[in-house]
Design a protein around this ligand. Structure first.
Ligand SMILES: [Zn+2]
Length: 271
């Protein structure tokens, strides 16, 4: 699959990541045999040593602006239940947002939820390219590699993109417990997940809420909508993932709903 990078973004010269910085790409349950590939664009909170915390306070770095709180633990728990692979990105989305095109202005956000990000302002072209080449690009290459692999089972691969959202945004509480995001393409699977979660929990499940999946997203359009692969993007409210019990309950629920949706979708006649 062709990734959307030009040759100028391969990165040259000195590197951003030092020998003590972790790899941007983390695999959980890499030998998972199921057809589900779980991905977590915003699961990490690390920052390269050379960048520090971008001159953001520790208190702000602990907020949702740096990371989809709870999404990593949810992905790991869900991977175990589904025997699925879970790829997540270790660096904070304040370093680079892997669910934005690399050239998108918000890929390296100058502010987020009214918090100024001083270390993201006034960057040179080379500094931007370093973050793309060393974090964004290898993460998406890892997803593409996994999706290109032939799995042993009978099912085509399904991309499950995991996110979490803050319960209060700009002073307004959000009523949804979870949202199912879809935006065309091979979305029958996503709609089956929406139906399954709505059957279980009713109106607290958002249909393209609190966000709509659209052209500002990058991961699902690139790896699923363009190639016609089944997918779903899930958003879980962060307060519901704040305890191990909450995470366990959501992992159990999602494992059941995703498995049932795959069965339902496969039984449907071709569109
Ligand atoms: Zn997210």
């Amino acid at each position: 699959m062709a990734l959307r990078f030009d040759s100028q973004e391969d990165g040259t010269g000195d590197r951003l990541l030092g020998p003590d910085d972790p790899s941007p790409v983390a695999f959980s349950n890499p030998g998972g045999a199921s057809s589900f590939l779980l991905v977590g664009d915003h699961a990490g909170m690390a920052s390269p040593a050379a960048l520090g915390c971008l001159r953001v306070s520790d208190a702000d770095w602990a907020r949702h602006i740096a990371c989809d709180l709870g999404s990593r633990a949810l992905g790991e728990a869900l991977a175990q239940r589904l025997d699925a692979r879970f790829i997540h990105q270790r660096y904070s989305r304040l370093v680079i947002d892997c669910n934005r095109a690399p050239q998108h202005p918000d890929a390296i956000a100058p502010s987020s939820d009214a918090t100024n990000i001083p270390g993201n302002r006034g960057l040179t072209v080379r500094q931007r390219r370093q973050r793309v080449a060393e974090i964004h690009k290898p993460y998406h290459a890892a997803i593409a590699d996994e999706l290109a692999r032939q799995t042993d089972g009978p099912h085509p691969q399904i991309l499950v993109s995991l996110h979490s959202f803050t319960p209060v945004w700009q002073g307004k509480p959000r009523p949804w417990h979870a949202g199912v995001l879809h935006g065309g393409g091979a979305d029958r699977f996503a709609l089956a997940v929406l139906a399954g979660l709505t059957d279980a929990l009713g109106t607290v499940i958002g249909n393209n809420q609190p966000y709509r999946l659209d052209a500002t997203d990058y991961t699902v359009p690139l790896h699923a909508i363009e190639p016609g692969r089944a997918y779903v993007e899930l958003e879980i409210r962060q307060d519901l993932l704040a305890t191990p019990d909450g995470t366990t309950a959501w992992a159990d629920r999602l494992a059941g709903v995703l498995t049932a949706a795959r069965q339902d979708t496969e039984r449907m006649p071709a569109a």
